[in-house]
Design a protein around this ligand. Structure first.
Ligand code: G6P
Length: 618
């Protein structure tokens, strides 16, 4: 949700900033902007549109020299995406400049106050209010920028990650965070600093990074160690932790694929292995996961597990509901972070809350985690991004190790979340004595087969592409599944609508009779997950009901299926597996179907309109 990146050091700042913005564009792409200081002037360029649009206008108009500067790629919250609302924003004197990710909730009060003091505003943004508020405090208090930022932020309600520059302090950048992530990459001997919403913009320059915590601010000053202070009481943070980044450049590039989404779909066999690597010791009959092993009593004695998540991660949570109840016999509730946090939920110390989040930054999921902690629950996190806010906030957790997911439509994050949740369910089922040793062994042995089965499935790409070409122009799609595959139907529909803009709904197959069946006619394609395990006969009846109303069936079936293939218009085979593991396979053709339809419709697959990868505002 907005990407910010900045640089201060001995290199030319512009190329570093623009490259950083391109890598952060998954966070928002309504508009983009950059600001540089060349030792004399602040030079600024911004535009509606993407980073590539920014680069076009910069070619003729901007003095690109300077070793200090920052940029922004925006996902609009306040004000429509246009030139004036784009970041960076200058203060009235044009001496201060800011980029901001987040929302200042009390901005209208602050704005009225500033207007009464003679300030005028160009944009509709909360950010322009904030930079003028900082300027006003600096003037009133006759203080330095760092102090003015601190005093201003003490009065701000909302969420932010900000980068601020002051012409009077040309060797430093002020950075602050509350609720929106920010990382600081540190060059050798503090000779340069890289600041960004995540570490991807600077991985080829440094592997050392500091992540600001909520309520902290830092001053990046050349030649000096980063100093961090608490915004609230101005106290110095003594133990500043430097993280060693594991990311590689190769991981965040497209690697020959046309889109990140396609690359990430194809990475799933490896990503699933990376998730269970070192944890699933099938031949020894063991699952090892320190976050769980150290806290297993909390899980075993839990009254229930509450899963909180948003979007695709919520769908993974739904799959986990089946896994935990089926295999571990623990009652589960699955909640949207946004609903959970605002409905005064009943949570006790006997509850375990599992937060699932690819980015580890989703504002509603993070708020749900904090609420659950306050109420005494034990909170376990499942995140992909190492060192992310949720990962740091939870009592314990496990990383999915899927590698960076750049495509806005989540793919490998989903399958790796399910893989990790499967390990949890199996371990708990065994520990609680709800699963026999032979059954447990069967599960473990089958789980290690899943990556090669996904690999086989990816070979159906041409078939799926052909199906996509038949249905690429329809206005609606229906997705049906039962049991473990009901969440897959939801996820399939979500994938299609988010990247192709075709309206799609996911439903439990049996519920179709209670409404969606009215939509069925000869133009309506219905994707039905009809694998042999899991209510097969009943799903076959649902398919017959659709066919008798002339609906078109695209069926996902188990290899060598005979019955459904005869009725369906198109069938995609998935390899045989245990029922509990079918989502890991049935999801794959649905990802490919959405991908190909979106490409054929000329949609921007990796950056669908209005969506952001990481939703750090509520
Ligand atoms: C956004 C993304 C989705 C993602 C959801 C939750 O809406 O576009 O792909 O599933 O946020 O994100 P998280 O990082 O918490 O899994």
């Amino acid at each position: 949700m907005c990407g910010i990146t900045g640089y201060i050091g001995y290199r030319e700042a512009y190329p570093i900033i623009v490259q950083g913005l391109q890598r952060l564009e998954y966070r928002g792409y309504d508009s983009a902007g950059v600001v540089l200081y060349n030792g004399e002037h602040i030079n600024l360029a911004k535009t509606k549109g993407k980073v590539s649009d920014l680069e076009k206008i910069v070619t003729d108009t901007l003095d690109k020299s300077g070793n200090i500067g920052f940029g922004h790629t925006r996902w609009a919250t306040h004000g429509v995406p246009n030139h004036v609302n784009s970041h960076p924003h200058l203060s009235q004197s044009e001496n201060l400049v800011i980029v901001h990710n987040g929302i200042i909730e009390n901005y209208s009060t602050l704005k009225k106050e500033l207007i009464s003091r003679g300030y005028t505003f160009q944009s509709d943004t909360d950010t322009e209010v904030l930079i003028n508020f900082i300027e006003e405090i600096k003037l009133q208090e006759q203080c330095k920028l760092g102090k003015a930022v601190q005093l201003a932020l003490k009065q701000v309600v909302g969420a932010y990650a900000i980068l601020v520059f002051d012409k009077e302090k040309p060797n430093e950048l002020v950075i602050a965070r509350l609720g929106s992530p920010i990382a600081i990459g540190i060059g050798d001997d503090n000779s340069e600093f890289f600041i960004a919403s995540d570490a991807t913009p600077f991985i080829e320059y440094t592997k050392n990074a500091i992540y600001l915590e909520d309520g902290e601010m830092a001053i990046a000053k050349l030649g000096r160690e980063i100093r961090i202070r608490n915004i609230h009481d101005d106290s110095r943070v003594e133990a500043v932790k430097t993280h060693q980044l594991q990311l590689s450049l190769e991981q965040i590039e497209k690697g020959g694929y046309d889109h990140f989404m396609l690359k990430e779909i194809h990475e799933q066999p490896t990503a699933v292995i990376d998730t269970y690597r070192g944890r699933l010791l099938a031949n020894k009959g063991l699952i090892k996961m320190s976050g769980l092993d150290d806290n297993i009593e909390r899980f075993i004695n839990a009254n229930r597990i509450i899963i909180v998540a948003c979007g695709t991660s919520w769908h993974a949570g739904l799959v986990a509901e089946y896994l935990f109840e089926d295999i571990a016999r623990i009652p589960v509730e699955v909640e949207y972070g946004s609903e959970f946090r605002y409905r005064n939920p009943i949570i006790t110390e006997k509850d375990v809350v599992i937060a699932i989040s690819q980015s580890g930054e989703t504002a509603d999921t993070l708020a749900a985690v904090k609420l659950a902690k306050e109420k005494g629950a034990f909170v376990f996190g499942i995140c992909n991004v190492v060192g992310s806010s949720i990962a740091r906030e939870v009592h314990a957790g496990g990383y999915t190790h899927a590698g960076p997911e750049i495509g806005v439509a989540s793919t490998k994050a989903f399958t790796t979340q399910i893989t990790l949740l499967t390990l949890l369910a199996l371990k708990l089922g065994k520990a609680k004595g709800n699963i026999s040793t032979p059954n447990y062994q069967t599960y473990l042995q089958e789980l290690i087969q899943i990556p090669s089965k996904i690999e086989t499935l990816l070979e159906s790409d041409t078939l799926v592409k052909n199906i996509a070409s038949v249905y690429k122009s329809v206005p609606n799609f229906l997705y049906l599944g039962r049991g473990y595959n009901f969440p897959v139907a939801l996820e399939g529909a979500l994938k299609l609508k988010e990247i192709s803009y075709i309206h799609a709904e996911g439903y439990p197959a049996a519920e179709m009779k209670h409404g969606p069946i009215a939509l069925i006619d000869e133009k309506m394609p219905v994707v039905v997950i009809a694998t042999r395990k899991g209510h097969y006969e009943k799903v076959v009846s649902n398919i017959q009901e659709i066919k008798s109303r002339k609906g078109q069936i695209i069926a996902v079936v188990t290899k060598d299926d005979a019955t459904v293939k005869q009725i369906a218009d198109y069938s995609i085979e998935v390899p045989e597996t245990l029922e509990a593991f079918t989502p890991l396979l049935t999801t794959i053709p649905l990802q490919l179907l959405s991908y190909h339809i979106a490409v054929m419709r000329g949609c921007n697959v990796d950056q669908p309109r209005n969506l952001a990868k990481s939703v750090t505002v509520e």
